[in-house]
Design a protein around this ligand. Structure first.
Ligand SMILES: Cc1cc2nc3c(=O)[nH]c(=O)nc-3n(C[C@H](O)[C@H](O)[C@H](O)COP(=O)(O)OP(=O)(O)OC[C@H]3O[C@@H](n4cnc5c(N)ncnc54)[C@H](O)[C@@H]3O)c2cc1C
Length: 338
């Protein structure tokens, strides 16, 4: 058995039967028993709650290729590159656009899986295509953006059809026609003449202030997705909580910050063993020492049940939580009537 403690940022003591480092694309076609494999990047959005009875495919592919066009830059980036280093690379080489996504932990290959987003920008805005290899069918695929099913923290790569699909390369298109995106509250006071570098510095400062660094306090970022509610539920909630922040999604639904719901419910002090809620950012669950998977599970269940009791809203983990046999299904979190 191989320890996974250093391979996921929540740092629960768990292990796997084997960790296979993928450094060349050719390795993928030689792998057998795809059902036993779990694809892993930097483990900042994955939590192993138990010993995993399978093998980890640890994506370590490297390389960045840039092609310049008259109106944009095209980048082919290997899945094992670090996302923040890529953001820095683009800015250093005069390609502004990704600055609002600075300091999001993790690998480039995982970025399309949940369509990473922050400070008013989503990765999907820059995706041209996603390329990879299906371990089950043995098929290499090039998926143009329209086939990737991107929405808020979602993509086809989270669906069962793609559960054996290893993203090897992400193709980005960064338009030359650039203006800073300053719509998000923490950036709104910046002048419209701000440079991409200045925006990146602000994003980094704000993130460092607001989010715990996993290197200091193990965590996996936002533990829950911000729930999307229909307007009937929204109206009921707004009558009771007039100061509740709301972000419209479309004509029928709006997003409510899960952190606000947890905080307002008075759940920041919740703690099960060493698993707790971060004091400043209620959306982040933390490992205060030697949290076990069971403690974390219990804590998540308590939060989901209490938020449901108070607001009638179902929280759902954003993090990929695994048990011994693989991904824990959504239904598991709602089984207590929530
Ligand atoms: C402190 C902190 C802050 C965060 N802030 C944000 C934020 O602002 N916005 C945001 O969107 N996210 C945020 N996250 C979540 C995280 O950064 C992203 O989800 C990131 O993309 C995860 O990258 P990873 O390489 O660590 O993924 P992993 O945890 O290794 O994997 C995540 C998922 O992607 C799959 N996967 C990984 N690599 C591949 C591949 N090559 N091919 C196919 N599937 C793959 C895995 O199987 C898993 O399902 C934050 C996390 C932390 C810890």
């Amino acid at each position: 058995m191989v320890s996974l403690k250093d391979k996921h940022s929540f740092r629960i003591s768990a292990s796997a039967n084997e960790v296979i480092s993928v450094t060349h694309r050719d390795q993928l076609s030689e792998l057998t028993n795809p059902d036993e494999l779990w694809i892993l990047g930097e483990g900042t959005n994955t939590i192993f709650t138990e010993d995993f009875q399978g093998k980890i495919l640890w994506i370590q592919l490297r390389g960045i290729e840039v092609t310049e066009h008259s109106d944009a830059w095209s980048l082919q980036v290997a899945a094992g590159e670090n996302w923040h280093q890529l953001v820095e690379y683009t800015l250093l080489h005069g390609m502004p656009g990704l600055e609002n996504l600075a300091l999001i932990p993790g690998s480039v290959g995982a970025a399309p899986v949940q369509n990473i987003g922050a400070y008013g920008v989503e990765l999907s805005e820059f995706i041209e295509a996603v390329e990879g290899y299906d371990l089950k069918t043995g098929e290499a695929r090039y998926l143009p953006k329209d086939s990737c099913g991107f929405s808020y923290r979602e993509s086809v790569f989270k669906t069962p059809e793609f559960s054996h699909f290893v993203i090897t390369d992400v193709h980005l298109r960064i338009p030359k026609d650039w203006a800073p995106t300053l719509s998000y509250a923490d950036l709104a006071d910046m002048p419209s003449s701000s440079t991409a570098h200045e925006v990146m510095q602000r994003v980094i400062t704000v993130r460092r202030r607001k989010l715990p660094d996993p290197a200091e306090i193990p965590n996996a970022g936002s533990f829950f997705k911000n729930p999307v509610v229909d307007h009937t539920r929204l109206k009921m909630l707004q009558e009771k909580y007039p100061t509740m922040p709301v972000y419209p999604v479309d004509d029928q639904s709006s997003k409510i910050p899960a952190g606000w719901l947890i905080d307002k419910a008075g759940l920041k002090a919740l703690q099960v063993g060493d698993a707790g809620v971060h004091e400043q950012q209620a959306l982040v669950l933390v490992n205060r020492g030697a949290a076990s998977g069971q403690e974390l599970s219990q804590l998540a269940h308590q939060i989901i049940a209490q938020v449901h009791d108070i607001y009638g809203v179902k929280l759902e983990p954003e993090v990929r939580l695994l048990n011994r046999s693989g991904l824990i299904p959504k239904s598991h979190w709602w089984q207590d009537g929530a």
